[in-house]
Ligand binder design. Sequence first.
Ligand SMILES: Nc1nc2c(c(=O)[nH]1)N[C@H]1C(S)=C(S)[C@@H](COP(=O)(O)OP(=O)(O)OC[C@H]3O[C@@H](n4cnc5c(=O)[nH]c(N)nc54)[C@H](O)[C@@H]3O)O[C@H]1N2
Ligand SMILES: Nc1nc2c(c(=O)[nH]1)N[C@H]1C(S)=C(S)[C@@H](COP(=O)(O)OP(=O)(O)OC[C@H]3O[C@@H](n4cnc5c(=O)[nH]c(N)nc54)[C@H](O)[C@@H]3O)O[C@H]1N2
Ligand code: SF4
Ligand SMILES: [Mo]
Length: 739
Amino acid sequence: MGEAAQPLPSACILCSENCGILTVPASGHLTRIRGDRNHPSSAGYLCEKAQALDHYQNHADRLDRPLRRSSDGRLEEVSWETALREIAERIRDLREQHGPTSMAFYGGAGQGNQLHLAWAVAFRLAIGSPYLYHALGQEKTGEFWLDGALFGSQACHTSPDIAHTELVMLSGTNPWHAHGFPRARNQLREISRDPARTMIVVDPRRTRTAELADHHLALRPGTDAFLFAAMLAVIVGEGLEDREFLERRTTGFERVREKLLEVDVDTYARRAGLDPARVRDVARRFATASSACVRSDLGLQQSYHSTLNLYLEKLLVLLTGNFGRRGGNNIHAQTIPLLWHSDPSAPDWEQRKTRVTGMIPIAGFYPPNILPAEIDSEHPARIRGLVVDSANPAVTSANSEAYRRAFRKLELLVAVDTSRTETTELAHYVLPAASQFEKYECTFFNWGFPVNHLHVRHPVLPVREGCLPEQEIYRRLALAISDDPSSNPLLGPLLQVMEHPALKQLSPDLRAAAAPLFIASQQFVEQHRAAVLRAGIEDRGQGLGAALFERIVGSPSGTEISHHRYEDTFSFIRHPDGRIHLDVDLMFRWMDDLRHEAASEARSDPEFPFVLCAGERRSSNATTNLRDPAWRPRDPDGALAIHPADARALGVADGDRLLVESRTGSIEVEVRVDEGIQPSCVSLPHGFGLGYTGSDGERVVRGPAINALTASDHCDPLAKTPYHKTVPVRLRRPPAPGA
Ligand SMILES: Nc1nc2c(c(=O)[nH]1)N[C@H]1C(S)=C(S)[C@@H](COP(=O)(O)OP(=O)(O)OC[C@H]3O[C@@H](n4cnc5c(=O)[nH]c(N)nc54)[C@H](O)[C@@H]3O)O[C@H]1N2
Ligand SMILES: Nc1nc2c(c(=O)[nH]1)N[C@H]1C(S)=C(S)[C@@H](COP(=O)(O)OP(=O)(O)OC[C@H]3O[C@@H](n4cnc5c(=O)[nH]c(N)nc54)[C@H](O)[C@@H]3O)O[C@H]1N2
Ligand code: SF4
Ligand SMILES: [Mo]
């Protein structure tokens, strides 16, 4: 570790793929970054963003001292002992005066750092609050809820077997820029070139991904539910469903069929802005492919009908029998339970609802859209204390102004981060975390199937003076607020495992990092023994769990940990009858609403006539993990994409400025004309509008702060996931300077 001439393995942390890298650390910098061919899933692949990683490791806003807000409102340096002691005292006070549910936790795991998660959960259990708010609650929770209805557990997450499929449908996702599966650009190119394979892209925009597609369905934004319902109606109308699969593996098909036969294909297709003949064609193509899978992302999750979009998309796979087989969508194993089943029949269900808005958890998560209302309220049981880790909700959650107002009302806000952020700026205590290149790290987004990999990275640089790895922060905090640590169902076992002979020999920093992996390895082997053996892990007398653990911590480039058979997917179903329950009553009601919507005028708001996609992925963004604007070779101001005809009508050209106004707020942006975007649609990137300290010490904000425009209540009625892709806005030229 530390200074080394030879390259060391680690990973890019700028998206959930976490591609393996090799880097030569030199004087605290990450240099000579290239793809690691030994990485089991990325195999040497990198996109251009990995070259920017040193801008994450070294920049003017890295934190390196614990900070406390003083009585004059400024942040002042304090020692770790003081910060942690005072935070623990204030948590104990809040718990005594207002009960444990007066506190909540936000984040706790990011795109690349999840190894400390178990310690963070142990800390939350020590507080005694169920409230975990997370970015997943602004994207994937609708899907998790459906997995619960269909498969019996919200932890039954599925993944597409893109590498082996004949036909892939990519809806509301742009993997060329956003990735979301291994070696995305290579896989997209391979499918595109292969005449025997088909790529369907469902996206209002002609993206880089859409350009590679065999069929690009450029629907109107927010109309996916119409398109998918129409495709399904064609499939059941023409008897193209997989009867044998449906009979053997599912219940409820007849009800689903009846519901779908109510759909008028022509009306729905036109509502989506598409030619009905083309929709019929694509539906037949999907149903008759030898294998097909779907992958979707924010374009479905964060647009109108969010949860219904995902239900219908899942039905496409299930009705055609593309489940539990090569090239289909399959439930995969989880190394550690990132997703839980939030069970309405649990005895404490009422207590788990939020106090102000009555929201339920889904897969263990609460949605960021409701948090301001849970804090900024006169309700006696409102949230008064919040710990934020690895997240920056003051800019990344809907309605930044509401967030900031709410955060200012908190009696205790603790932020754990590597950087000074818009959230740390509002905190009472700021705790500087070691960077992801200074500690053992990994993510548990290793959701592959049939093969699952895990990459536990070793540190490549020493911990920056003044910082601590999160395990240590949460271990100390959890101990300080617990009267009896051994009674904590996670803290107890973690502390015990640290004393285990297999860990005793490890360096002290690896011990705390490895403790959750040791427990996870034992549990994983209990559940997936045959798959672990198939991955070549051998019990040489130490027990298979210990062998898996040794393999994981001893593979700094990552390792395969399990190899399932396709049919194993069915054993993951949690309904007692072992079947997939296709009929979901709530979704049936939403399909009725959709039918009524089809018969009425299309959504439009004369005051806000443009549809803004608030949060596109580009090569110039990486969530909010890179703050120094110098990292962006292009698009420094995160320009607004606008159709040439709209630009002409507004009298603007590339580089000009426009005001974007929504019902929530307004921001000024730079314009870039784009032929690929539809008329009356505009798009702004995610991950901009971040403050950064310049060389003169002044704080400068660059690019659009899009969540100044978004609203807390513009969201899915069930999951409360925001409709960020369909934000009604208006555009006008800003007043001339001096006017
Ligand atoms: N470069 C880069 N990559 C990233 C990230 C990043 O910040 N930067 N962030 C990561 C994260 S956290 C996530 S969640 C993923 C997200 O990854 P994606 O969801 O794939 O990325 P987006 O660009 O947000 O949205 C995908 C597409 O949805 C389309 N879309 C907009 N409205 C609609 C609609 O109504 N219907 C349909 N069908 N499509 C619509 C947009 O045109 C866009 O092309 O990316 C990850 N990867
Ligand atoms: N309008 C709009 N809003 C959006 C989106 C959109 O498309 N449109 N996208 C949404 C999506 S999909 C997501 S996932 C969220 C992402 O938003 P957030 O959940 O807020 O996550 P990140 O932007 O990834 O922020 C990560 C934070 O973690 C810090 N960090 C990095 N490494 C470490 C570490 O090792 N330890 C600790 N403690 N901190 C670290 C970084 O400095 C940064 O402050 O944004 C959401 N917000
Ligand atoms: S940003 Fe690019 S290099 Fe980094 S993990 Fe994602 S796909 Fe890999
Ligand atoms: Mo995300």
